[in-house]
Design a protein around this ligand. Structure first.
Ligand code: FSO
Ligand code: SF4
Length: 576
């Protein structure tokens, strides 16, 4: 096993025996096999599209959903990966039949083996071969040959790592695209690009460093479109977020906790729990849901419970109701709540029940509701005993922020606002992440901070007050990690007003990354030419010093100075 796709990778180099996340070598091999198989399926879909005009909606949706399942902290269930690989090969066979019926042959050179697949055939040829895969054991054995090691051997660590940069960017954008698809928002160009890029990684051109980088920035461009599409899906379905106070205090009654990013699932659950005497609480990245008019309208959306994903074993163990996991990040549950938790969509944990959508996309949350009714929920006594917490405010999406833009512009022009910090991204358990908690204590009063993603939990319940002499709050939470789109809209609009570009605004981006959605967002920022981005707490293990240098030279990417947040802040205030 070698996995180095996320920030918490072992020793900052790679997980080899077991994942820091808990991923076993068996699941790692199955995930590698799935990505390898998807490269084959995507190659065939790309050939079918470009040579015969064949569009296969089932393949389009499957590729994005299956690749989503391999993101960090999404799925740890080996049986689900066996299903995904089997389905990938089945869809491959169906699509091959369609091509045959159209009289189109796959060009012979399209299946030429590439050295970075080691002893394995080209993924297109493997998918189409009659290999007998008896089950999980066979798949683990084959999957063990499809990992990063042969790519490093054939291409060297720098190029192999840059190929992974593209794969991880694709994982992130596929995840966001899959969320948008759940709300009925699709873009044929997005499916086409994901498949073209996966196909590219199976061609001789993928041995060219420049072309791999070019594709990575294209992935960033496509991810910008995907984040826009997801924003339209969310705001089109639930309205534009509005500033909304959210209670962190429990309410007496039965309870369900919903974690992850999928607002569509939360909406379905709120509908299905209406009138049942169950209060629904958000957890982790679901907090921004409270700002959407179409979700805050439910009186039983009672409040928010808990912090960022890595605290979920503490949070879930203390929650007296049922738990619904809609997306990452999920961790192997403690025994105390294992029988009260359900995974949904691409998430999975061995031994934890899973809820699937029916053919129309409807999900029956009956088992979760039933369990919530069996569990005690919050008693009056527990509510009385709970420490009273202040509300937090969410809902500063781009519409809400742009509505106060004239006041922000005036504050900049009159010197009341000297600098804006975007401290966005993920949270994690490593001690170096204290940098993000400490950074804020160094921020002068005449500065503002925009947050997004689960990184917000470092400061979300602190009182930052208003910018002196204004009624503009100093802390504005823009939403989930995908709401980086909102931040970019605001920055672009501000740049227009000041007749400059984003890089010349009194704005600094300090990005805390963790998993592959953050990689996709970073590629988007680089594609847009944003410079001087701070990245931390550690730089990606999959990028060698040589690859990092390329990004430093081109974009002045800056490693966060985790040892000295105060010094880092001073540099940012100087626009460096
Ligand atoms: Fe966090 Fe996890 Fe939203 Fe990530 S909950 S770490 S980047 O999955 O997605 O910010
Ligand atoms: Fe390690 Fe991260 Fe891979 Fe898990 S996802 S095995 S923690 S690098």
């Amino acid at each position: 096993m070698l996995c180095y796709q996320c920030e918490q990778t072992k020793g900052g180099t790679g997980c080899t025996e077991i994942g820091v996340c808990g991923k076993t070598p068996e699941v790692a091999a199955l995930q590698d096999l799935l990505v390898y198989s998807l490269k084959g399926l995507a190659s065939l879909a790309h050939i079918a599209r470009t040579t015969a005009g064949i569009e296969d909606p089932a393949v389009n949706s499957f590729v994005n959903g299956a690749i989503f399942s391999t993101l960090t902290n999404v799925n740890f269930a080996d049986d689900r990966f066996v299903e995904f690989v089997t389905e990938s090969r089945r869809l491959h066979a169906c699509l091959a039949e369609k091509l045959k019926a159209a009289g189109v042959a796959v060009p012979a050179d399209a299946t030429a083996p590439q050295p970075w697949f080691g002893g394995m055939p080209h993924p297109l040829a493997w998918n189409g071969s009659p290999v007998a895969l008896g089950g999980v054991g066979d798949m683990i054995e084959v999957g063990g040959q499809t990992g990063i090691a042969p790519r490093q051997e054939a291409l060297g660590a720098t190029l192999a790592g840059l190929q992974e940069l593209l794969v991880y960017g694709l994982k992130g954008l596929a995840a966001y695209a899959h969320h948008a698809e759940a709300l009925g928002h699709k873009d044929p160009a997005v499916y086409a690009y994901v498949q073209e890029a996966l196909h590219f990684l199976c061609t001789p051109a993928a041995a060219d460093l420049g072309k791999v980088l070019e594709h990575s920035f294209r992935a960033g461009a496509v991810n910008f479109r995907v984040m826009e599409m997801l924003s339209q899906a969310h705001t089109g379905t639930f309205g534009h977020p509005v500033p909304t106070p959210v209670s962190l205090n429990p309410v007496a009654g039965k309870a369900i906790l919903v974690t992850g990013h999928d607002l569509h699932d939360l909406d379905m659950l709120l509908q299905q729990t209406e009138g049942k005497g169950i209060n629904v609480y958000t957890h982790g990245e679901m907090l921004p849901a409270h700002g959407y008019p179409g979700l805050k309208k439910y009186p039983h959306l009672a409040g928010h419970f808990g912090g960022a994903w890595y605290r979920q074993k503490i949070d879930f163990a203390a929650f007296p109701g049922a738990i619904a996991v809609t997306t990452n990040c999920v961790l192997d549950p403690l025994e105390s709540y294992r029988d009260s938790m359900w995974t949904i969509n691409e998430t999975g944990v061995s031994g934890v029940p899973h809820i699937r959508a029916d053919a129309s996309g409807h999900k029956d949350f009956g088992p979760i509701i039933q369990r919530a009714l069996e569990l005690p929920g919050y008693t009056e006594a527990a509510v009385a005993k709970a420490p009273k917490k202040k509300d937090v405010t969410v809902g500063f999406g781009h519409n809400a922020v742009l509505s106060v833009a004239p006041a922000v512009i005036d504050a900049i022009q009159t010197g009341k606002l000297e600098h804006i910090f975007l401290v966005g991204g993920c949270d994690g358990s490593e001690p170096q992440r204290k940098y993000y908690s400490k950074l804020h204590s160094h921020m002068p009063q005449n500065t503002m901070v925009l947050t997004l993603g689960c990184g917000k939990f470092r400061i979300f319940d602190q009182d930052f007050g208003n910018l002196p002499g204004t009624n503009i709050p100093r802390l504005l939470d823009m939403g989930q990690c995908n709401d980086a789109y909102s931040a970019l809209v605001v920055a672009t609009e501000l740049a227009k007003v000041f007749k400059t570009d984003v890089n010349s605004l009194p704005l600094s981006l300090d990005i805390s990354w963790f998993e592959q959605k953050a990689v996709a967002v970073l590629l988007t920022l680089l594609h847009l030419g944003v410079r001087n981005i701070r990245l931390g707490p550690r730089l990606p293990a999959f990028l060698t010093p040589e690859a990092i240098q390329v990004l430093v030279d081109k974009f002045n990417l800056i490693p966060a100075n985790v040892a000295d947040p105060g010094a880092d802040l001073k540099m940012m205030m100087k626009g460096k």
